[in-house]
Design a protein around this ligand. Structure first.
Ligand code: GAP
Length: 517
């Protein structure tokens, strides 16, 4: 519950401080579509740069592209998205509300697991230091029953999904006595498949318009450019192609703010390797990507791998990096060993030979692919939810003050420093503007002269600005300023000439990238 409340506060904070607005806000929004505001876009751009530089600059054998969103429709036939990019849907006949059948079941399983955790918590309180949790989980009758029940439902669901047996899926919903949260009834329709791709038409109807799709992943733009990049870049396998771009999915259960959106952004990299070496590269990329996440300092315990047991037909290994969001551990990034499936399919459907002649092996082959795929918006959410901190501060007179501070990693912070003249007179604004005009070429600076200095500090804390520089009367005499540190609120008196060095040491992306090696 605490996390749920915090999550609501984070969403409200994002709107209040210009991180994220609902799309089309003055028209009451559009479901699961969001706009990034003046603060959010800076953070988003900094995340992109951290990813791009870590992938493309730090790896000699990774290059980038930027492919179009509109692509030839046959690409989506070849990739399998036209036939198989579906969700199983079920409607409640009374409320007319539509749900994903697997999500209804996942939520049911979650409720059972929550009950189990409550039992464990209660017992832990009851037995204190003597509590043996592992023993309790395996011997307490109620705990065992909850675990078995959750496992049974999950097994039946996975089995039905695997066999695409929608009648079995519906029967499971009925057996679990799941009711519609709106109508409270169990009056369910059949389960049907629903394709998640958005389609539109290209060209006028008179010309015979072409049905095209808004890409549901950026990866296919990389696959269909494999030959172009390999040939023109004279790339030798192993090599990778990276891309950042928009993707679109007509998600039925779109919620949890920017966790599941209908228009979102992906940062994907396809790494082409010789057949037989893919699992070795898969392990390497898993480690490389986890290191990239942990390098931000959001807490190592907030990440974990989740290995896929049920693999897509084209994959021979897959794992997610999960992050501890306010609503629990959920997928942040996927690392997939996609075999040669996509390139082979494009070879078949396009009729173009997509092969690589490997001089070391003295043979031609279709390269195998390791994919790393991360949602930029989910990455944004992981940072924003981890950074949001409410603090109680004791003032000098003993009274209690509060602040909300966004402890965003300084290298990603939207604004790096705020320049604050103590008063709006006596030449202080002019001196402050002068300092800003020198530093603005290096850092995103914000000038603010309105309200008390305390209120201005709070505004900067709320958007995560690592440094506040205050210009006072002494500045005019000896060219010194006070520099306030966001996290500790400590203040130092330093020379204006030292500012660039002090700030860049903390906020530069270079230091963060150097830690990756
Ligand atoms: N090319 C592989 C691919 O697209 P995916 O697991 O469907 O795989 C990869 O998506 C990543 O994209 C996810 O780990 C997640 O971070 C992000 N993502 C997927 N669907 C999303 C959505 N509806 N809203 C926001 N992010 C999404």
């Amino acid at each position: 519950m605490a996390s749920e409340d915090t999550f609501k506060k984070i969403i409200a904070h994002c709107k209040e401080y210009g991180f994220i607005f609902p799309s089309s806000d003055i028209y009451d929004g559009l479901g699961a579509v969001y706009d990034y505001g003046q603060t959010g876009v800076e953070l988003k751009n900094n995340i992109k740069k951290y990813w791009w530089d870590a992938m493309v600059l730090l790896h000699d054998n990774v290059v980038g592209i930027d492919s179009a969103i509109f692509m030839h429709p046959t690409i989506w036939k070849a990739s399998g998205h036209v036939d198989a990019f579906n969700d199983p849907l079920i409607d409640n006949k009374d409320s007319k509300k539509r749900y994903r059948a697997d999500v209804l079941l996942e939520e049911h399983i979650q409720k059972i697991e929550d009950k189990l955790e409550k039992e464990v918590e209660k017992a832990a309180k009851r037995f204190g230091d003597d509590f043996d949790e592992a023993k309790f989980r395996t011997t307490n009758q109620r705990a065992v029953e909850y675990r078995q029940k959750a496992e049974e439902v999950r097994d039946r669901m996975n089995d039905a999904l695997k066999r695409e047996d929608f009648e079995a899926l519906r029967q499971l919903i009925i057996d679990c006595e799941i009711v519609c949260p709106i109508s409270g009834t169990r009056n369910w329709t059949e389960v049907r498949q629903f394709n998640l791709m958005f389609s539109t038409e290209m060209g006028s109807t008179a010309d015979g318009a072409l049905k095209i799709y808004l890409r549901p992943e950026t990866a296919q733009g990389i696959f269909v450019n494999y030959l172009n990049v390999q040939k023109t870049g004279r790339m030798k396998i192993p090599f990778g192609i990276a891309q950042i771009g928009k993707a679109f999915r007509n998600e039925i259960v779109a919620r949890q703010f920017i966790f599941r959106m209908r228009e979102f952004e992906q940062m994907e990299m396809q790494f082409f390797v010789p057949p037989g070496t893919e699992l070795e590269w898969y392990e390497k990329w898993k480690e490389t990507r986890l290191k990239w996440h942990k390098n931000l300092g959001l807490g190592d315990a907030n990440y974990r791998f989740h290995k896929h047991e049920k693999l897509a037909h084209y994959a021979n290994a897959a794992s997610d990096i999960e992050f501890n969001f306010p609503f629990g551990f959920k997928e942040l990034e996927g690392i997939h060993s996609r075999t040669h499936f996509d390139l082979s399919q494009h070879q078949k459907f396009s009729g173009k030979k997509i092969q690589y002649f490997d001089p070391e092996r003295n043979e031609s082959y279709t390269p195998y692919v390791i994919e790393t795929s991360i949602g930029l918006d989910r990455m944004f959410l992981s940072i924003i939810s981890n950074s949001y901190t409410e603090e109680k501060l004791t003032k000098e007179d003993g009274s209690i003050d509060e602040r909300v501070v966004m402890r965003i990693p300084p290298a990603l912070a939207p604004v790096k420093l705020a320049i604050l003249p103590l008063v709006k007179k006596d030449g202080l604004p002019e001196k402050a503007t002068d300092i800003k005009n020198k530093l603005k070429f290096e850092f995103n600076c914000q000038y603010d002269e309105k309200d008390s200095i305390g209120k201005r500090y709070r505004r900067q804390d709320a958007i995560g600005t690592p440094f506040c520089i205050t210009i006072d009367h002494q500045t005019l005499e000896d060219d010194t300023v006070t520099i306030r540190h966001r996290d500790t609120m400590a203040q130092d008196r330093v020379q204006v000439s030292q500012l660039s060095e002090i700030i860049s040491e903390k906020v530069s992306l270079k230091s963060l990238l150097q830690k990756l090696g």
